[in-house]
Design a protein around this ligand. Structure first.
Ligand code: SF4
Ligand code: SF4
Length: 279
């Protein structure tokens, strides 16, 4: 089973939920941190890193001796990543989506592949918990290809928990696609409600069952709960705004390890998700 933990906006407690849920299950679980622009699950999980892989994507390189400046490569490129200007061909690797179209159409076989670094993937363990995260190279604009590489670590024999990036754009979709369940973390404020609505819209397009966690649940107002009722979204957990929880978070500590009653709550939430998928 794959559970993707998402939120319409950052700072709602998504990583708190993902890491504490993963640690609560104890065995047969892996955590994939797909928030590759700003991965921070490792700050709480503190895994021992056992492997590092540099991830690259193919981009074109033009042999100017062979090129006749016919312009076919520039015509096919939808991203303006290769252009013919005056008497030269210019490539813009950062804009290339690695579709390979230019190489296919070049009549002179003047284009070969070189590589652009997307970032790195690190993997390791915290006791029995398997941990994988991606870190996007600084300056790299395209995170979905790296997210897809992180997701290739998904194991069919394990529960996979994905810490998705915030928002509702392509990186989030890449982190939610093909999940069995999506857990949306929100907070009971007007901003929380607005971003929750956007996130629910994206989840509904994907057609994946979902539920909610309300963080800082004793602050704000009741509109998020009213929306959940109207949209028939189950509220699977509420985390109140408690000083001891905020302090644990600020120290990079796991709530479920400091306060065992929370381990039970996270396990109960997992059981409810499992049951809901069996109906
Ligand atoms: S590989 Fe595709 S996206 Fe990249 S330059 Fe060639 S045609 Fe454009
Ligand atoms: S398609 Fe090939 S030959 Fe034509 S401009 Fe591009 S690189 Fe040069």
């Amino acid at each position: 089973m794959i559970i993707s933990i998402a939120s319409g906006k950052g700072g709602t407690g998504k990583t708190t939920v993902a890491t504490n849920l993963a640690v609560s299950i104890e065995s047969g679980v892996q955590l994939l941190d797909c928030d590759v622009e700003e991965p921070n699950s490792h700050l709480f999980i503190k895994p021992s890193i056992e492997g590092t892989r540099i991830i690259t994507t193919p981009v074109p390189e033009v042999n100017k001796q062979k090129c006749t400046l016919c312009g076919k490569c520039a015509d096919i490129c939808q991203f303006k990543a290769i252009v013919v200007i005056a008497d030269t061909v210019l490539t813009f690797p950062e804009m290339c989506h690695s579709c390979g179209g230019c190489m296919e159409v070049c009549p002179e076989q003047a284009i070969t592949e070189t590589k652009r670094e997307l970032g790195v993937i690190e993997n390791g363990h915290r006791n029995a918990l398997e941990f994988v995260h991606g870190r996007l190279r600084i300056g790299e604009a395209m995170s979905p290809p790296l997210i897809k590489k992180v997701r290739e670590y998904t194991r069919a024999d394990m529960l996979t928990i994905i810490d998705a990036p915030p928002g509702t754009s392509c990186p989030v979709i890449a982190s939610m696609k093909n999940a069995d369940f999506i857990l949306l973390v929100t907070e009971p404020t007007p901003f929380g409600l607005n971003d929750l609505k956007l996130a629910v819209g994206a989840v509904r397009i994907l057609g994946i069952p979902c539920g909610m966690v309300i963080n800082r649940s004793d602050t704000g107002n009741d509109q998020v709960r009213q929306y959940a009722e109207k949209e028939k979204l189950p509220i699977l957990m509420e985390i109140p705004f408690e000083r001891r929880i905020a302090e644990a978070y600020s120290r990079g500590e796991m709530i479920v390890e400091l306060y065992p009653e929370w381990k039970e709550k996270f396990r109960d939430m997992y059981n409810r998700i499992e049951e809901s998928l069996q109906i």
